[in-house]
Ligand binder design. Structure first.
Ligand SMILES: Cc1cc2nc3c(=O)[nH]c(=O)nc-3n(C[C@H](O)[C@H](O)[C@H](O)COP(=O)(O)OP(=O)(O)OC[C@H]3O[C@@H](n4cnc5c(N)ncnc54)[C@H](O)[C@@H]3O)c2cc1C
Length: 585
């Protein structure tokens, strides 16, 4: 276990010396998910001691939420460690003995995997028929071929044609449909089944992307998301163990739970002396569409600084406490930013960042766990997939609210039963997931049972004895499950989202690069009017930094992306102070 004071205080490098002699900057991290904890931990390990993490909910972990029921742990959020080689989550879990021994043959390998160690996926139609295995396999191969084509637009700069509307869903549906229709060998009935399977696969894909529909996902940007090589793993004792391991290095007093932040008042030095803004702000680079006026606040705390000293940022909490800071790392989800950016930042965010928040996408993917007294599925069945035959010609994945259940793509069998009991885990995404969230447990259990009866053709399936489900979309601290590059957005928007405020000409400050500064200046000559010296009273750099899964260009939507983004923002600050103290010595 790492002490937060030790590494910095005992070391004699310029950073440690500087932090000792020239004082500690105060860093407030908003959110105790993987990004926030990783950022705090990295700062503490480098000798920053004035670090506070403010978390709205009453527990750490954010979108990692493991629920223990009996002997088993069920993941309402992150489940899989996606890839191993170079995946920091994998290495943390592996080093701490959290992973099960598995052989290559046992590991789940594919995106849409038909086989796993506990058997084969059963594709059933709404008329109660099982689609023959060879038809499923042929369709799966065809679909995966087209999936590979979707990657080429980004990876090989292939131009996107107008018919696809730059949409993964539109392109895939059309391409797969054409290939099915053009196949001279398939009888008409097989073609119909394969055509109906497209929508089912696209529902699964939307759940994986956490989009309402793959029609919303940008074709030209899709291939930028990068898969880490190696097997996918679960953590039998719960994904939350990874979060707990990260938090072990952080002293308890650093993390304040149940402490929602209402507003980040930044740019204080350039605005007016002390106290949060009350009037609408902003000029020049700052966006003026920042909604209603800011909340009044208390005088900043003294904390040993001069009376006249200006804190660049004031963090106003829902309980009205105002915490002054030099830097704030915001890790809240893109969903929260979309919903709250107008009131969450004073002054408002720059137009470019607002546009990126609008362009990027985040939707809801929810899970539904059903526990049965006895399994009604065979030992060889690893999942039940719902194929609606009447959707063969559908051009959309949107349903009227009363048909929300049509968006459930299927149920996986949780394996092994000795650990989980007889439990099915279902997936639903998009607007229909939000409708599901509004229903009560009884109604959801009822409707899921009806579907299972209809698709298996077995009217005697009993109702589950227990139901557990997530509600990521309506939770005010998440407002969605994870991000994706929506049609009209690209990786450049992810960069814009990640760019620290205030914006500066200096690539060093904006990008955290290691360009060298001119002697005699605290910072590079390009931002010579900006100063880290509080007494100079001008704009201070990197007041607000952004991390969280949605800010990672290649690994957005994942736990490793979240963790790396937190470390990235900590590194920006560490590097800035390193350079600053180097200049000062
Ligand atoms: C259903 C589902 C399945 C997933 N499956 C996987 C998977 O298998 N593998 C994988 O790698 N990833 C998966 N993910 C994604 C992964 O969980 C996330 O990418 C990651 O956990 C995000 O971490 P984060 O720190 O960026 O954000 P978060 O975990 O959202 O942390 C942000 C924190 O900020 C807090 N907060 C919000 N508003 C405020 C406020 N006003 N004041 C203070 N605090 C606030 C929130 O409470 C939260 O704790 C899944 C996610 C979901 C929802």
């Amino acid at each position: 276990m790492q002490s937060c004071e030790s590494s910095g205080d005992s070391a004699n490098d310029p950073l440690s010396r500087g932090l000792r002699r020239r004082g500690q900057p105060r860093v407030v991290v908003i959110g105790a998910g993987l990004a926030g904890l990783a950022a705090a931990k990295a700062l503490l390990e480098q000798g920053f001691t004035d670090v506070t993490v403010l978390e709205a909910s009453t527990c750490i972990g954010g979108r990692v939420q493991s629920v223990k029921l009996g002997h088993a742990t069920f993941e309402l959020g992150a489940t899989w460690i996606h890839g191993s080689h170079g995946n920091p989550i994998y290495h943390l879990a592996e080093a701490n003995g959290l992973l099960e021994e598995t052989t290559d043959g046992e590991r789940s390998v594919g995106r849409i995997s038909l086989y796993s160690k506990n058997g084969v996926a059963c594709y059933l139609t709404n008329r109660g028929h099982r689609i023959p295995k060879d038809v499923v396999e042929e369709f799966s191969d065809l679909y995966n071929e087209v999936y590979n084509l979707t990657q080429e637009f980004f990876r090989h700069g292939k131009p996107v044609n107008a018919e696809s509307q730059n949409s993964v869903g539109v392109f895939t549906r059309e391409e797969v449909r054409n290939r099915i229709r053009d196949d001279p060998d398939d009888p008409e009935a097989t073609k119909c089944l394969k055509l109906a399977m497209i929508q089912q696969y696209l529902k699964v894909e939307s759940c994986e992307s956490s989009s309402h529909s793959m029609d919303d996902v940008s074709l030209s940007a899709f291939g930028e998301w990068t898969e880490i090589p190696g097997a996918h793993h679960i953590i039998p004792s719960g994904f939350i163990r990874v979060v707990e391991l990260l938090a072990e290095g952080i002293p308890a007093h650093v993390i304040q739970l149940g402490k929602p932040v209402r507003c980040v008042h930044w740019d204080q030095a350039s605005a007016r002396p002390r106290g949060p803004e009350i009037e609408p702000w902003g000029e020049g680079d700052h966006n003026l569409d920042a909604g209603e006026g800011g909340q009044g606040g208390e005088e900043p705390r003294g904390d040993g600084r001069d009376e006249d000293e200006q804190w660049p940022v004031l963090v106003e909490c829902e309980d009205c406490e105002v915490i002054p800071a030099d830097h704030v790392i915001v890790t809240v989800s893109l969903g929260v930013l979309k919903r709250q950016y107008t009131s969450f930042f004073r002054p408002g965010l720059p137009t470019e960042k607002v546009a990126a928040i609008h362009r990027l996408g985040i939707g809801t993917t929810d899970k539904i766990f059903l526990e049965f007294e006895e399994p009604f599925w065979g030992p060889e069945c690893n999942s039940i997939q719902f194929v609606w035959e009447d959707e063969a010609e559908s051009g959309t994945l949107t349903y009227p609210p009363e048909l929300w259940y049509r968006k459930i793509c299927g149920f996986d069998v949780l394996y092994p039963p000795e650990r989980y009991g007889h439990v099915l885990s279902g997936w639903i995404c998009g607007e229909e997931a939000l409708v599901m969230e509004k229903c009560d447990d009884e109604a959801v259990a009822e409707i899921c049972t009806e579907m299972l009866r209809q698709f298996t053709g077995n009217p005697n399936i009993p109702k589950p004895r227990r139901i557990l489900r997530s509600a990521w979309g309506s939770n005010p601290y998440f407002r969605g499950s994870y991000s994706y590059t929506q049609v009209g957005s690209s990786g450049a928007d992810v960069e814009k989202l990640a760019k620290p405020l205030p914006y500066t000409e200096s690539s060093k400050l904006a990008q955290g690069s290691s360009s060298k500064q001119q002697p005699g200046h605290l910072l590079s000559s390009k931002c010579s009017e900006q100063s880290l010296d509080p007494n100079r009273g001008s704009i201070k750099p990197m007041q607000v930094l952004f991390s969280g899964e949605a800010t990672h260009r290649k690994y957005y939507s994942t736990t490793h992306g979240a963790l790396l983004s937190g470390q990235r923002e900590a590194a920006r600050l560490i590097e800035m102070y390193q350079d600053l103290f180097q200049q000062g010595t």
